[in-house]
Design a protein around this ligand. Structure first.
Ligand SMILES: [Ca+2]
Length: 404
């Protein structure tokens, strides 16, 4: 029944068909591979654009790495989705997928906003915005590319073009420049105002100082102020309270110590008027003294103030005109002396008399301007003593002050 030749012929025909089939299958497989590659490319590009648009990653290599990772995951997951969702139609899987999809879209919505200053899709060159040009001032307003009409005016929006984009850039630059100029001008204005304010303040201060100076000049009868303010003038010009326990203490004097003749010392004593030490001068016939000088060239109505008391002043038993005495003097030149105070014995009883301290407050106004004024405490022994101590003068807490 079966001709050998016929069988051979059919077999040959089948063989030819099989050849076409194999070639066809191969071609289909290649096509499938190509489609797969295209699919991969599309996913890659999409993901690249998304990653770039997030603006969070700016380095090109990082973007590529991230893109490749996401692409690979998408490439592997999409067939699983297709199999379970499209072919098997699993309901739970569909629900899960829908939820993931919604979440993913929300995430993408946030991530897919264009990077700052980005107007076009960097891969496709498609504009990311539509625009509206305001007819009054030519001002260009941008909206996301999926906004078709102006939200306030309702007019249709145009797709962004290269020309408009360049115009926007130019306008932005001009605005930036104008803003910088305005800010610089504002700064200059502020500096100028501060300067003016400072000048005004200085002028007011100078005027106030001048007024004060004038007032003080009026107060000062002798006119020693000469433009100085009272605050800068010290109250105390010189002082010594002898608490150093030596004749080298005190402040403000021209000399480092009290110049001494005869017997004198700063002594610890219960007789001190102030503190524990007092200056004691023991008299001798030609006079024992301490003296020191002070500069009054810039003093204002100066005063000499101190505490003093004599002790054991006696009268001469042979001459009623001779008696111990103590004096305080001042002088410009150590030749002409002005007497500040005198203590002199007047009776026999004076020798044993318990003298009390005197506070002496002597006006030195007529010596203001004197570059050197000497102050001298002297004790003379004029009595003839058989027994007992010399006459003495206690001096404590000497001050030369400005009487402002
Ligand atoms: Ca003292």
């Amino acid at each position: 029944m079966w001709d050998k030749n016929k069988i051979k012929e059919v077999f040959e025909q089948l063989s030819t068909f099989a050849k076409y089939l194999i070639v066809g299958l191969l071609a289909a497989y290649l096509l499938l591979l190509l489609t797969d590659l295209l699919f991969l490319k599309i996913i890659y590009e999409r993901v690249y654009q998304l990653v770039y648009n997030t603006g969070g990653v700016s380095n090109a290599y990082l973007i590529k790495a991230l893109t490749m990772a996401v692409t690979l995951v998408a490439y592997l997951v999409i067939p699983i989705i297709a199999w379970n969702f499209i072919i098997l139609k699993k309901k739970r899987f569909a629900l899960f997928l829908a939820l993931v999809y919604c979440g993913g879209m929300m995430g993408l919505f946030i991530l897919s906003r264009p990077a700052p200053d980005q107007l076009f899709n960097i891969l496709t060159g498609e504009p990311l915005y539509r625009y509206y040009r305001h007819p009054d001032d030519g001002h260009i307003e941008l909206f996301p590319a999926d906004t078709l009409k102006h939200p306030r005016l309702g007019v249709p929006l145009e797709k962004l073009t290269l020309e408009v984009a360049i115009e926007i850039e130019k306008r932005a630059k001009a605005e930036k420049k104008a803003k910088a100029e305005a800010e610089a001008k504002q700064r200059e204005e502020m500096i100028r105002r501060q300067k003016e304010e400072e000048e005004r303040r200085q002028k007011a201060e100078a005027e106030a100082a001048e007024q004060k100076r004038r007032q003080q000049s009026e107060i000062s009868e002798t006119g020693e102020v000469l433009g100085r303010t009272l605050e800068t003038i010290p109250k105390i010009i010189a002082q010594d309270d002898f608490e150093s326990g030596t004749l080298e203490g005190g402040t403000g004097w021209k000399e480092p110590l009290w110049i001494k003749e005869g017997y004198a010392a700063a002594k610890p004593s219960g007789e001190a008027k102030q503190g524990n030490y007092v200056c004691i001068i023991w008299g001798k016939e030609k006079g024992s003294y301490v003296m020191r000088s002070v500069d009054l060239s810039s003093a204002i109505r100066p005063r000499l103030q101190f505490w003093a008391k004599p002790a054991r002043l006696a009268i001469n038993v042979l001459s009623r005109y001779n008696a111990d005495y103590a004096i305080v003097q001042i002088s410009r030149d150590q030749e002409k002396w002005e007497l500040v105070n005198t203590w002199v014995a007047k009776s026999y009883e004076d020798e044993i008399k318990d003298y009390s301290y005197n506070f002496l407050d002597f006006d030195l106004s007529s010596y203001a301007g004197t570059p050197q004024l000497w102050i001298k405490f002297t004790v003379f022994e004029k009595s003839i003593r058989m027994i007992g101590d010399d006459p003495m003068l206690y001096v404590d807490n000497i001050k030369i002050i400005n009487n402002k």
